[in-house]
Design a protein around this ligand. Structure first.
Ligand code: B12
Ligand code: SF4
Length: 470
């Protein structure tokens, strides 16, 4: 069966990302099936390119990957549903081949997206095994009832098979089929992704990751991870930076340390960034990560108040965040904390306390985001309701943005816009941009602004350090 994989993702912020999920699925499809990958990321006019490449190839099956529902600026404005609907309708005009939709975006709300987009099939969650099984079933070689997480229509109704009893064992996972990746990812950006494990043991209140990769932790062999790192530059691929795409790299701590050791033993020299968590972080882990080439950690700290951390079920406290940041400073491992403002149950006063907390913490980087519920993409009423609080939060951030010279506030474009990204890339800075923001601000300006913020403007009512947004 001739399979045309399509990566619909066109998001270029903070960077274009290679369609790692799709090339992972492709690696597990038996070699006898000819395949192409049509990546729409860099196409000015994606629909005609998509249609002509599908026709040229003569596809028997279209495997459409939907990575994002939200947009990168957390503005809550996303036209993803409309865009994917247009892709599917256009595919229908040039071929009768069935369309199967999958990917992390799809997995977050599969039934709703089946009904809204009407592909022939949907596969939610990891598809390393289920996609090849579906191909086999479509060839008539086996039935489809045993395929986990398969969505399809019975009449007008969306039905699905059950979730898998066992998730994929990653100990012998095949490395992603990178030969399919559009060379423009390397020629222009040089950013790669590697997975060392799947599953996160924590249960943050809003987290959708278990829908995509389950909760059960499954780790890869550290040696295999190091070998995959070394193979990234095969075939002349230019790779300047790697993002370790695990939900949390340093949990479990032991596996993270073993991966670091393997990277050191294999003399891996490409710098990398990962998501990390205050739990499972200690001086040893920090030192090993640094030695293994970690250029920075992104930490989902979310809130600067213990009350909200409890609501969000983060499992750590503000003291844990402080301790992690202190260790990171000692070891010179850049830490960037993301904060989600306006989460359920949070007041504007809580948001102000969080801003105070970040000023005191003084991490290497901070990214401030107004919280967006994924379902806003489908529910207009919810989107309007959530937008009200978001507007107040953004107004507050806007009135203080100049005091935080290197913090990124994507929703209002503060230290987060395509022109800035382009300029930094032209200067030869690779990896997540928060790692370079400090270089753009003179230490004197930064010190003056911080001094004003910390000594002159802290509210004296004991509850909030940020002046009211008005
Ligand atoms: C690492 C990561 C990042 C890194 C990526 C670094 C890099 N160079 O790759 C960074 C920090 C840059 C990033 C940015 C963003 N991300 Co992100 N990211 C992740 C994360 C943690 C892992 C993604 C990954 O690569 N996984 C490994 C691969 C192998 O897994 P996978 O893609 O899911 O593929 C499997 C299945 O989905 C399925 N599959 C995949 N494709 C297909 C296709 C078909 C046809 C089929 C059948 C199956 C299938 O099979 C695959 C193998 O099992 C996920 C959360 C998660 N745990 O999944 C969020 C996630 C993908 N990101 C998300 C978002 C929204 C974004 C941003 C828009 C910013 C933001 N607001 O967070 C930007 C967009 C960037 C861009 N250019 O597109 C969302 C997407 C869904 C949604 N809610 O919209 C996720 C799910 C997190 C979430 N909030 O729920 N991200
Ligand atoms: S630590 Fe990250 S991946 Fe794990 S539950 Fe929390 S948000 Fe989800």
């Amino acid at each position: 069966m001739r399979v045309a994989f399509v990566s619909g993702n066109r998001e270029q912020l903070p960077d274009p990302v290679i369609p790692l999920g799709i090339v992972t699925v492709a690696a597990n499809l038996p070699a006898r099936h000819p395949r192409i990958l049509i990546d729409l990321c860099f196409e000015e006019d994606p629909v005609p390119v998509l249609c002509s490449r599908i026709q040229e190839f003569g596809a028997d099956l279209i495997a459409l990957g939907m990575r994002n529902i939200q947009s990168a600026d957390y503005s809550g404005k996303s036209d993803a549903i409309e865009y994917y609907r247009e892709l599917i309708q256009s595919i229908r005009q040039v071929t009768n081949a069935p369309v199967v939709l999958g990917g992390s975006g799809f997995s977050v709300m599969p039934s709703e997206l089946m009904a809204a987009l009407r592909p022939d099939y949907g596969l939610s969650g990891e598809a390393d095994r289920s996609f090849p099984a579906l191909v086999e079933a479509l060839e008539g070689a086996s039935g489809s009832e045993k395929i986990a997480n398969l969505y399809f229509f019975e009449g007008d109704e969306v039905v699905s098979t059950v979730a898998p009893i066992e998730y994929c064992d990653l100990r012998n996972a095949r490395p992603a089929q990178r030969s399919l990746v559009d060379p423009r990812h390397y020629a222009v950006h040089g950013i790669e992704g590697i997975q060392t494990k799947r599953g996160c043991p924590l249960s943050c209140m809003y987290c959708t990751y278990p829908l995509i990769e389950g909760r059960v932790g499954r780790a890869r062999e550290p040696r295999a991870v190091a070998e995959e790192f070394l193979s990234l530059t095969d075939d002349g691929r230019r790779v300047e930076h790697v993002f370790i795409v695990d939900s949390v790299f340093n949990l479990p701590r032991r596996h993270a340390k073993e991966v670091c050791q393997a990277l050191i033993e294999h003399s891996v020299s490409i710098p990398w960034t990962c998501y990390a968590n205050p739990l499972g972080f200690d001086v040893d882990a920090a030192q090993l990560m640094k030695e293994a080439g970690c250029a920075g950690m992104e930490i989902g700290s979310d809130s600067g108040t213990d009350k909200q951390l409890l609501v969000l079920k983060k499992g750590f406290t503000t003291d844990d965040i402080r301790s992690m940041s202190r260790i990171a400073k000692e070891v010179a491992l850049p830490d960037c904390h993301t904060f989600l403002l306006g989460t359920p149950g949070e007041t504007l006063d809580d948001v102000r306390r969080t801003l105070d907390f970040i000023v005191d913490l003084d991490p290497f980087g901070a990214i401030l985001m107004a919280w967006v519920d994924d379902y806003e993409a489908l529910d207009v009423g919810l989107a309007i309701e959530r937008q009200r609080l978001r507007d107040s939060v953004l107004e507050l951030l806007d009135s203080h943005k100049s005091e935080f010279p290197w913090w990124s506030i994507p929703s209002i474009g503060a230290n987060y816009d395509p022109a800035l990204f382009k300029m930094l890339r032209r200067r030869g800075y690779h990896g997540p941009l928060w790692q370079h923001m400090r270089k753009l601000v003179s230490p004197r300006t930064a010190a003056l602004k911080r001094k004003r913020r910390t000594s002159g403007e802290r509210a004296d009512n004991g509850s909030s350090g940020m002046p009211s947004a008005g």
